[in-house]
Ligand binder design. Structure first.
Ligand code: SF4
Ligand code: SF4
Length: 318
């Protein structure tokens, strides 16, 4: 019998990337091909849905597009999902930032023009094409969302349309009242990635003197989130070999996070290094991850991994 496949993002994903509308963000800001739904100069809901139907059909008939081959989000399915609405919305249109992380891929993008997706999001909301689904989210990533022209307008549109579940990635340098409101009123995960437990290491990675401000903002956001059991502020540590790959630094970051009221953390390994290292990690990086993993069990802290470590654990279950 012909095998059928599905992917949650092919089913319900839309990624407003800085230069085109894609299905997912699983390779955000990388040049490798990703399934594309529309170009910005020819954007309409009709075009987006036609393209989405085409991808869904290909998955259901086992004709996986080359851009998706080997992706860990693909699984077999018995029956096709006919629903065309969106539950994973990525807003990655913006690339500017008030931080300068050594690993940031946004800085490689030339001739950036900020695009507003407010109009198309409003149309999707009016047509009830955006839905709250289990595991779904409205995600802001790419550059620094609090500097986007339409950030607060989009948040207000989503709140007005009863959209729950937000995932926001911020440098944490600029405090946002809109994020504070989401943390208090909606199910919101705010991810801030200091990647360091000390000012010196932070400044080597981020190239801006903002360590104390970020720590103080994390504390304020964590206080806002503590009023809503559905919200959380999550600190992230991307292990960047040559910068912060020491157990001492990661433990400093972990202890600092807990002292700020953080109950969820994320670990990852810098994506370009991981690819250059043949999708593998060194024993010392594995020891760092295991040290934090053991602490999380002891302290009842929620631990998640982002793409590189997720991929590594998927292939090397420990
Ligand atoms: S299979 Fe992977 S790359 Fe393709 S749409 Fe799904 S998540 Fe994106
Ligand atoms: S915080 Fe994010 S967008 Fe800003 S420089 Fe760092 S990686 Fe890039």
């Amino acid at each position: 019998m012909q095998k059928r496949y599905k992917c949650p993002y092919i089913d319900s994903g839309i990624n407003f990337f800085y230069n085109e509308v894609r299905v997912c963000c699983k390779s955000a800001h990388k040049v490798e091909g990703m399934p594309v739904l529309a170009e910005y100069d020819n954007i309409s809901i009709k075009n987006i849905l036609e393209k989405k139907k085409e991808y869904k059909k290909r998955f259901e008939t086992g004709d996986i597009p080359a851009e998706c081959e080997g992706c860990i989000f693909i699984s077999e399915t018995e029956k096709p999902n006919e629903d065309l609405s969106f539950g994973y919305i990525d807003i990655n249109t913006f690339i500017n930032c008030n931080c300068q992380c050594v690993y940031c891929s946004c800085k490689d993008i030339e001739n950036f023009n900020e695009k507003s997706v407010y109009g198309i999001l409003q149309e999707l909301c009016n047509k009830k094409m955006i839905k709250n689904i289990p595991e779904g989210y409205m995600q802001f990533a790419g550059g620094e969302p609090t500097l986007m022209k339409d950030f607060e307008k989009i948040i207000n549109l989503f709140i007005k349309n009863d959209i729950d579940n937000y995932l926001i990635h911020s440098s944490g340098i600029k405090y946002s009242k809109a994020i504070e409101k989401l943390l208090k009123e909606k199910s919101t995960r705010l991810v801030i990635s200091p990647d360091a437990g000390s000012k010196e290491v932070y400044e080597r990675i981020k190239n801006v003197p903002a360590f104390e401000r970020v720590i103080s903002n994390i504390k304020k956001y964590a206080k806002a989130a503590s009023k809503n059991p559905k919200s959380s502020v999550i600190t992230k540590y991307i292990i960047i070999p040559g910068y912060n790959d020491s157990t001492e630094e990661i433990v400093k970051w972990y202890d600092l996070s807990l002292s700020l009221g953080i109950k969820s953390i994320i670990l990852d390994v810098e994506m370009n290094w991981y690819k250059q290292n043949n999708h593998s990690i060194t024993d010392s990086i594995k020891d760092m991850v295991m040290t934090i993993r053991e602490k999380c069990v002891k302290d009842k802290i929620e631990l998640d991994y982002y793409e590189s470590l997720k991929d590594w654990f998927f292939k090397n279950p420990v």
